[in-house]
Design a protein around this ligand. Structure first.
Ligand SMILES: Nc1ncnc2c1ncn2[C@@H]1O[C@H](COP(=O)(O)OP(=O)(O)OP(=O)(O)O)[C@@H](O)[C@H]1O
Ligand SMILES: [Mg+2]
Length: 413
């Protein structure tokens, strides 16, 4: 966590992920605060300036000192996690005035602070504000405000008490009880609703970074998508796709997008299939600590997914007996469809939501819990991979996040 507290340098600039507005013009990258814009074949015609983005959102503009006070000077023991952007701190603000409050009073917030080593930088900070400042949905994390002062860039979110899905699936600490099958399906459903909203005509956004660490959980395991730094406007008019440089996370990004840079909503559907498989198996999308043939989850699992007899070799041994084989096969079938190599064979997120609704209904009515003892293969988990990469064929080299959030104790119950 040392990198959270070291001196900061100017963040590396990134290019061409379009900045969106739902209401006015679209696209464009204004990194400087002036009206200069980066032109690119993919950037739509009327980009908004940074000033326009910041002014038009209903977000609070915090001073650096306010956030310093709210997080008790960014105390190391208030670090909730660390991502490519920097560290995320727990803090407190007054519910009404939004001014810094004493710990334990007012509302809890999560403050993301851009670090000097960040690959993500100012552009993603701005893209996040542009999208989350305008999109509201129960399955999207709420952005409360931001700070832009000298070279400080921070984002202030609602606090998600149970942290990320990644922590629940892959952390080995004893306080992380394995998520039950029903909770996994609840999380899958909530996250699918979030993506379906993004893809709807109302929002028309491609998320581009769907993965377990970007799914945050509220106190009752309601799922909310976070991190919109890579989001893009969907194609408009007769266009079938958006052309971009390849950004996202190895193991989650759709193969056609990796190969061509052609981005569609169906690229998100592929990533959803990967996360569904992670939930079913308790294995990471990419795990370098496994034998060569098992390192890529999708490649390894594919042959097992359509076989009633072999599907149990994929399933997480820790939740053995919590689902029927028919539910496992239904989930596997959905994953197969989402992971179709051919994007047009993937379902829409609306269809995925429906399928998960049916699966959850059948899971709760078939009384399958504790019933099966099929020959499950024990799964060995290992250290973290799956960090967002921000330049073609590059993976950020930062350390995996270690979650120090207080949501751990309720899990013991
Ligand atoms: N609003 C929040 N409430 C509670 N915890 C949070 C919140 N936002 C982030 N976190 C915690 O901080 C960690 C780091 O988040 P961050 O989004 O910076 O990185 P990441 O998603 O892990 O990785 P990447 O930068 O590659 O997307 C998360 O995994 C989560 O545990
Ligand atoms: Mg994240």
């Amino acid at each position: 966590m040392g990198s959270c507290f070291s001196a900061r340098i100017k963040a590396e600039s990134l290019s061409s992920n379009g900045v969106k507005t739902k209401y006015a013009g679209r696209g464009g990258n204004d990194r400087s605060g002036s009206s200069s814009r980066v032109s690119s074949s993919t950037v739509p015609s009327t980009p908004r300036t940074q000033g326009e983005i910041l002014q038009s959102s209903n977000l609070k503009s915090f001073s650096f000192n306010e956030l310093k006070a709210a997080t008790r000077n960014f105390r190391p023991d208030s670090v909730l996690g660390e991502g490519g952007f920097g560290c995320v701190f727990k803090g407190w603000i007054d519910e009404h005035s939004l001014a810094a409050a004493k710990p334990g009073t007012g509302i809890v917030i999560a403050v993301k602070r851009l670090s000097q080593e960040s690959f993500q930088g100012h552009q993603e900070w701005l893209t996040e504000i542009n999208y989350l400042g305008q999109l509201y949905h129960p399955n999207l994390v709420k952005l409360i405000g931001y700070c832009l002062e000298d070279d400080h860039r921070l984002l202030v979110y609602e606090f998600m008490p149970k942290g990320s899905l990644e922590n629940h699936l892959f952390r080995r600490a004893s306080y992380f009880q394995p998520l039950s099958w029903n909770l996994r399906m609840k999380v899958a459903h909530g996250a699918a609703e979030g993506l379906a909203y993004l893809h709807s005509d109302e929002a028309k956004v491609i998320y581009r970074d769907f993965k377990a660490s970007n799914i945050l959980l509220d106190s009752s395991y309601g799922a909310k998508l976070s991190d919109f730094g890579l989001a893009k406007d969907g194609p408009t008019g007769s266009k079938s796709h958006v052309s971009t440089r390849v950004m996202g996370t190895y193991g989650y990004a759709a193969p056609e997008y990796m190969a061509t840079g052609h981005l569609t909503a169906r690229s998100d559907v592929y990533s959803f299939g990967v996360v569904l498989l992670e939930m079913m198996s308790g294995r990471r999308a990419i795990d370098k600590n496994r034998p060569a043939k098992e390192q890529n989850l999708v490649e390894w699992a594919r042959p097992y997914l359509s076989s009633k007899r072999r599907i149990f070799q994929v399933m997480d041994a820790r939740i053995q007996g919590q689902y029927s084989s028919s539910d496992a096969l239904k989930a596997a079938n959905l994953a197969i469809q989402c992971l179709s190599t051919e994007p047009r064979y993937r379902p829409s997120m609306k269809e995925v939501v429906k399928a998960l609704e049916q699966l959850r209904t059948s899971s709760s009515s078939d009384g399958s819990r504790g019933s099966r003892g099929e020959n499950l293969q024990r799964v060995h988990r290992s250290s973290s991979n799956g960090r967002t990469y921000h330049r073609k064929n590059e993976v950020s080299s930062r350390k995996p996040a270690s979650y120090a959030g207080p949501y751990v104790s309720p899990l013991r119950a």
